[in-house]
Ligand binder design. Structure first.
Ligand code: FNR
Length: 352
């Protein structure tokens, strides 16, 4: 097994183990992907990745992180994604999408505008969360979701799944990480509920399980479903790797094919021990103990480093984010460095 061995996920074959991680572009108007998204995602497909996962895509307008987020909450958005998925697929890459709801971290500025909660004159919208606890002292106080609100979240994921299929996506990743809505339910630090959605592990994981069931019902059996989680909150009393292993076991039986293992994001001001491949041990642990395929992500920037993760059996795929912004052809460069021949687009063959 190596970085360039294909991987079967249900009826799909990933041509290698390198995946472009979802990356918000904050460049949409009214949730509509446009030429930027086509060129951004398309060039990474040309770059040789097996799978290109489109950024956190909101299942509802209120679930956007910022006013610039893309969405799949209406038919216009569905139609706007179609030429993008078609182009990615034409390059031999699989078009994937990350479905997301930002919960209490919604209604925020784009990072380059400050990344803080939208001010009163910047068009903020009401936010929702498991409990009425703001992300930080200067963030919006969310409304605690009631039963009806929870049902709407599940229904929004369900309908967005239907649209993702019609839009031409072949793989869905549910965003359960980085302190967004589903993670907010998982973590005791952000979930203080006393009903069936809070308290015990079973209750805190309930919304995520219900969302997965709804998505899996809509998503064809022959197509894979991935889940991104934060394996730990890096904080006392928070979500941790033990719970992540338990969750991975539970979601495997619900039809999740791979857990994409990230970390952090649920509370502000946490110190994360950043280092090359710092999250890889979490992916390895979940892969071993929950017996499910995993993805490793986070400060993976070199070909030999990526190859070692697969060789060691720490993960089944490697997701690359920032290195692919520096070099969209990272998968081609890595192949060259590792002495592997991979097909180049006909137009570019004289370069390789
Ligand atoms: C991200 N990340 C991210 N994660 C996610 O789950 N959904 C998203 O939409 C985004 N958006 C996003 C935008 C940008 C510009 C960056 C740089 C990152 C996190 C990303 O997927 C990845 O997990 C981290 O960046 C760590 O991997 P790298 O960058 O060290 O390879």
């Amino acid at each position: 097994m190596n970085l360039y061995t294909p991987l079967t996920q249900r009826s799909l074959e990933l041509r290698n183990r390198l995946v472009i991680a979802p990356m918000c572009q904050y460049s949409a108007v009214d949730g509509m992907p446009d030429h930027w998204h086509l060129v951004h995602l398309g060039s990474r497909a040309v770059g040789g990745a097996a799978l290109v996962i489109a950024e956190a895509t909101a299942v509802s307008a209120e679930g956007r992180i910022s006013p610039g987020d893309v969405g799949l909450w209406n038919e216009q958005q569905l139609a706007a994604w179609q030429p993008i998925t078609r182009f990615i697929a034409a390059q031999g890459a699989i078009p994937g999408v990350q479905l997301a709801h930002a919960g209490r971290k919604a209604s925020a500025q784009r990072p380059w505008e400050g990344g803080r909660a939208l001010a009163a004159n910047e068009g903020p919208w009401p936010t929702v969360a498991p409990s009425a606890l703001p992300f930080n002292h200067d963030w919006h106080v969310p409304a605690a979701l009631d039963e009806q609100g929870i049902a709407k979240v599940i229904a929004d994921f369900r309908v967005a799944t239907r649209r993702a299929l019609a839009a031409g996506f072949k793989l869905i990743e549910i965003h359960g990480a980085h302190g967004y809505l589903l993670h907010q339910f998982l973590s005791p630090l952000s979930n203080h509920r006393t009903d069936a959605y809070g308290g015990s592990f079973k209750n805190r994981t309930r919304l995520m399980r219900e969302v997965i069931v709804a998505v899996r019902e809509e998503w064809p059996q022959h197509l894979p479903l991935w889940l991104r989680i934060s394996a730990t909150d890096w904080a006392e009393g928070g979500w941790d790797i033990e719970q992540s292993v338990q969750l991975a076991k539970a979601v495997k039986s619900l039809g999740v094919d791979l857990v994409d293992v990230s970390s952090g994001g649920v509370i502000a001001g946490v110190k994360i021990p950043l280092a090359p491949g710092y999250q890889v041990p979490f992916a390895a642990r979940i892969r071993r103990d929950a017996d499910i395929a995993t993805g490793a992500v986070g400060l993976i920037t070199e070909s030999t480093q990526a190859a070692r993760i697969i060789d060691d059996g720490a993960a089944d795929v490697v997701l690359v984010a920032r290195e692919s912004l520096r070099d969209p052809y990272f998968p081609r460069r890595a192949a060259q460095e590792l002495g592997v021949n991979i097909e180049a687009p006909e137009q570019y063959q004289r370069a390789w």
